[in-house]
Design a protein. Structure first.
Length: 105
């Protein structure tokens, strides 16, 4: 089983082929291919490659499935005894991708 750890949007994700995941918004079209080149770790069976910080010539290919916004998160600020209340809502954009291939091991 192939396995990789990639970084995108300041976060790290453990991925394998066929997996779907939501990540920070990417500037790509729906249905297009996207290549993650910041690969931190590759593993297949007993073979493991660890980058310092990234593995040279390693790539994780993905297909863009959807670009949308998350459910609304409520931001409520409150100070007791001072009548201070502020309520805001926030919807973060995300990109849903499907990992198609891991190259470099």
């Amino acid at each position: 089983m192939k396995l990789a750890v990639i970084t995108s949007g300041g976060k790290q994700y453990k991925v394998s082929p066929g997996q779907k995941l939501k990540i920070e918004k990417l500037s790509a079209e729906i249905g297009s291919k996207f290549i993650f080149d910041k690969v931190l770790l590759l593993a297949e069976g007993d073979k493991i490659k660890i980058g310092a910080p990234y593995i040279k010539d390693a790539q994780v290919e993905a297909e863009i499935l959807k670009i949308a916004r998350e459910k609304k998160k409520i931001v409520f600020r409150y100070h007791s005894k001072t009548r201070y209340r502020k309520k805001k809502g926030h919807r973060q954009y995300f990109t849903e991708v499907k990992i198609t291939d891991i190259k470099g091991i």
